[in-house]
Design a protein around this ligand. Sequence first.
Ligand SMILES: [Zn+2]
Length: 541
Amino acid sequence: MRRWLHVCRTEHEKCNSDLDRLRQFTLPKRLLLVEVSEQAPDTITLIDSNSLKQSIRYATLSHAWGNVRRCRLLKNNLKTYERGIVTADLPLTFREAIEVCQTLGVAYLWIDSLCIIQDSDADWTAEAPRMADIYSNAFLTIAATASVDDEGGLFRSPNPQEAMPLLVTAHRGSKHQTSYHLHYEDDFQENVDAAPLNRRAWVLQERYLAARTVHFAENQIYWQCPSALMSASDNTNTLVNYRDIYNFNSIESSTENLTLCVLENWTTIVEAYSQCKLTRPSDKLVAMSGLARRAHEMLRCAPGDYLGGLWRQELPENLLWSAVDGVKADPYRAPSWCWTSLDGQIHCSDHPSGRTSMVEVLNASVHPVGDPFSAVDSASLLLRGRLCNVILPKQLGAVAFTKHSPASAVVKNVIGQTGQAQVVVDGKAKLLPAGTFTTLFDHSRPLDSNADADPVICFLPIVDDDNADATDDNEKDSAILAGLMLEPTGQKRGQFHRVGQLTFDTRTACNILRIAFGGQDIPEGLYQDLDGDDWYTIEIV
Ligand SMILES: [Zn+2]
């Protein structure tokens, strides 16, 4: 570890170039003084950081509390902790983190449960939104990657031979001989990405924003900084491909196409974050607010461009996210067009922006409860686009529509390609055979009382991707019309909830749909405005 730190401090220009940002940063309210003291070698002290120089270095601990609740800072032990905490009383992970600091010569350590008063709402409200800054400005983050709770400790005793690369010598003819080190490619993914700590939602921003992290994994220790990813068994930086994906700090502000780069990283973050666990589902937005704030800084965009998990710059294409096993948040957490309204795994849109867009975003806004990157209490998306009613096949019933009781039915998430869908144009039904469309419902939901009828949804196309002009014959045949499945809220004229995504992916189906736009008499209650070219103004909430 000492050697890694030395290499990072002396050879990595990128890792040491952010001093200006650090100078403007205010320290966390409290820190633990952990350097060895001759007078009291077995104790550490809680310090009010007002008494410290702003330029001091501190480490942070990224850890899963588990059920370990002893040794927390409370109102009634604040004074005691300020006089000294006996290290032997601390859980193993804390004790070993202190040892790591002492080994690396870092005098101060920040641990959330010992530095924020756990039974004070005022202290929590003041410090929690700063959490991302506290981690990103730390000199080093110590990650208890393999431990499910604070008694798990940092260090493991793996078989070093299992982690070591295999040396292979290849002979070509009698004179030429080359040696190769064979590494297990998924090593980091299995031992860090999939580790207990990194399945927790709050930890994601600690990880993405940290300047330097030492991951104490099950099989070995890894060093990660914006310039390198190294392991105890491999100092050659061959795991380097990971670093750009997993660290916002590795994106330089001078990067060409900075916006694109940040938004691509955001996609990776969203897909990873959606698979992480939250103890309190209501924390969905706040637990990634630090990442949103950082992305906002890098995008240099206007306040209000962050829309509850989406970015204005990504609209309208990124409305085409899809959910796997989605569960709708209750109570309200975000509008139905934001993926943050759901729990469960999310896939971001794979329709790059710039394809023929079928909608115009007239207004998109969210109303935050307080912090602009945290909880939302209302939102609106006003769009102008094409609209048609699609009759989904009842045959989907076997897969998508499951009757739980005679009184109610539930639509389950499904990739449905069973049966024929229909659109009625000028009074005539046009059939869309199975295999020409895909329905992806966002979440299970009750159907209307008349569940035996063919379900009708409003289809709002977002992207029309037709390759008729392509020179390649294979591409020439492909056409995609992808959009949202909407359901009227019944509360306001032309107001809908998003219920899923619908994609037509053959030229025949797309052509039928194009005829349907404008060929249907859409009831007046389903739109706010209609202009001469059959473009409807609707609102999604
Ligand atoms: Zn470095």
